[in-house]
Design a protein around this ligand. Structure first.
Ligand SMILES: C[S@@+](CC[C@H](N)C(=O)[O-])C[C@H]1O[C@@H](n2cnc3c(N)ncnc32)[C@H](O)[C@@H]1O
Length: 266
């Protein structure tokens, strides 16, 4: 196997100025994972032979890592082009694939209806939704593409259907990681990531980690740099990587989380 330049993270701030470029990894698919993200999550929260699901797989970064790390990868994306790209990216050279035990399965599918997946059958979920319509992954012609939704309320309503599916398919006491960023409305901060976090809590997940991922090489940055002084705001240069756990069947969750004075669960 070729040398992979990688160090396991041990804190809640992750920054990858040099994105990994081993196997077929590259930054061509807009907004895709640096491979260090799924690699860290897979290594910490799963073991060899486990089933790893990414229900919004994009260019397949999670599945490439699942394959390299001998996990059974399953990926869906609503966009057929993404599935074609994923399949190409899974076809890497003999230096890497020689020792891989499992060939991942990548198919067209919708996070809001994971009908092919049995209840309580997945060992680890890693996913990365569109951040509203900041990057559009299709031009409005694919029904169900969340990247075509501009309103926060509608986006969260649709994403919540997916969150309840993730809860259904994940095994008890296993983990689900989601990378999500925030946005602005007329210069004011919209904490999209915290809204998404609340959807997971509402649907039964427990928060295990909130990891800040520093952003690098954003294509939009040169434009926004010129806007900072003009409109008097800070550039958003971080995302949240939330790691949730599905509780065990008889678990007393009050031992690991608080109820707030409003009765909300945090
Ligand atoms: C941020 S990208 C994922 C990038 C991925 N992590 C990677 O490394 O390439 C979000 C993906 O969600 C997909 N998507 C949007 N709506 C979806 C839905 N309802 N179900 C499944 N995938 C969806 C888009 O087509 C896009 O590929």
């Amino acid at each position: 196997m070729e040398n992979i330049n990688f160090k396991k993270e041990i804190t809640t701030v992750w920054s990858f100025p040099e994105r990994g470029d081993w196997a077929t990894h590259n930054g061509k698919y807009r907004g895709n994972f640096a491979p260090q993200v799924p690699r860290n999550i897979i290594l910490r929260y799963s073991k060899e032979n486990d089933i790893v699901l990414d229900p919004m797989v994009g260019s397949g970064t999670t599945l490439v890592e699942a394959k390299l790390l001998n996990r059974r990868g399953i990926g869906f994306d609503i966009n057929p082009d993404a599935i074609d790209i994923t399949k190409r990216n899974l076809n890497f050279g003999a230096n890497f694939s020689g020792k891989c035990k499992f060939e991942p399965d990548a198919k067209i599918g919708d996070i809001r209806n994971l009908k092919e997946i049995d209840d309580n059958s997945i060992d680890l979920i890693i996913t990365h939704p569109p951040y509203l319509n900041i990057i559009k992954y299709s031009n409005g012609n694919i029904e169900g593409d969340l990247s075509n939704i501009s309103g926060v309320k509608k986006f969260l309503n649709e994403l919540e259907k997916g969150v309840s599916e993730l809860f259904r398919v994940l095994k008890n006491n296993r983990y689900c990681a989601i990378l999500i960023g925030d946005t602005r409305k007329s210069g004011h901060y919209v904490p999209l990531a915290f809204y998404v976090m609340q959807l997971f809590l509402k649907n039964g997940f427990i928060l295990k980690e909130d990891i800040i991922k520093v952003q690098h090489n954003c294509k939009s940055t040169p434009y926004w740099e010129s806007q900072v002084e003009k409109y008097n705001f800070y550039l958003i240069m971080h995302e949240h990587l939330f790691v949730f756990r599905k509780p065990d069947i008889d678990e007393d969750v009050s031992k690991v989380r608080y109820s707030t004075w409003q009765g909300n669960i945090w």
